[in-house]
Design a protein around this ligand. Sequence first.
Ligand SMILES: NC(=O)c1ccc[n+]([C@@H]2O[C@H](COP(=O)([O-])OP(=O)(O)OC[C@H]3O[C@@H](n4cnc5c(N)ncnc54)[C@H](OP(=O)(O)O)[C@@H]3O)[C@@H](O)[C@H]2O)c1
Length: 259
Amino acid sequence: MKIVVIGGTGLIGTKLVNKLREHGHEAVPAAPNTGVNTLTGEGLAEVMKGASVVVDVSNSPSWEDAAVLNFFETSTRNLLKYEAAAGVGHHVALSVVGTDQLSESGYFRAKIAQEKLIKESAVPYTIVHATQFFEFLKGLADISIVDGKVHLPPVLFQPMAAEDVASAVGLIAVGPPVNGTVEIGGPQQFRLDELVRRRLASLKDSREVIADPKALYSGARLGERTLVPGENARLGETTFETWITKSAEKMPTATSSAA
Ligand SMILES: NC(=O)c1ccc[n+]([C@@H]2O[C@H](COP(=O)([O-])OP(=O)(O)OC[C@H]3O[C@@H](n4cnc5c(N)ncnc54)[C@H](OP(=O)(O)O)[C@@H]3O)[C@@H](O)[C@H]2O)c1
């Protein structure tokens, strides 16, 4: 089966392309540096020829409110238009658990707009709502700085490994469209501030993490369970402890980086 992976050079996209190929599919990574640009439409007609499925795991280079909204609206409109013309039978898009409750955030208003376009289109679809990736924990600290300290609300949090996200999205891509939303998450629950503190400690990042019930996540207030998937979610296997051990092994040592 030919499966086009939009954003196929990114964190999830690279892993997804590899997994689909391991299962014998013709997975085609599509991104600006492979000649496909969803904002301009460049390369879309060509790459979609003969494709059964298009998986969108792209992300906006800028998270500024207007830029991110323009990215997800324009690229989703273009994708759906070219998919309809090429007869693609399944559009899969990666979004975030709790998106509907996060409209105070410019980033999440853009994800809501993306999902609305998909739901209104004639192309059969599956929207995958994933929890945050372990790989994003440091980025989460970076966007949560107030006066040099990381401020995060101590709400429930159930993140997952990017590897497990890619496996779940791959399975969904080769299955039938559900014309609805599927949730995926990690195997354990934590407190948001607690896990970011642990991640920063593992990176020897000395920034202090403050449990602040009023702190915002990407500009939005969070409820106790906003970031937690429902009981029907498919859960990844990789625990935080396993992931952090593996990611420490992959970190270049002083000797190897000098070599
Ligand atoms: N971070 C999280 O914790 C989290 C949680 C749940 C869901 N998600 C969702 O997961 C998705 C993927 O995230 P990620 O971290 O894997 O993204 P990423 O690593 O930043 O990769 C983004 C991809 O999009 C491509 N791209 C950018 N502009 C493009 C354009 N104009 N046309 C075509 N491709 C373009 C990039 O290509 P270049 O590299 O060539 O620019 C890259 O391949 C996002 O939609 C995000 O909302 C994230």
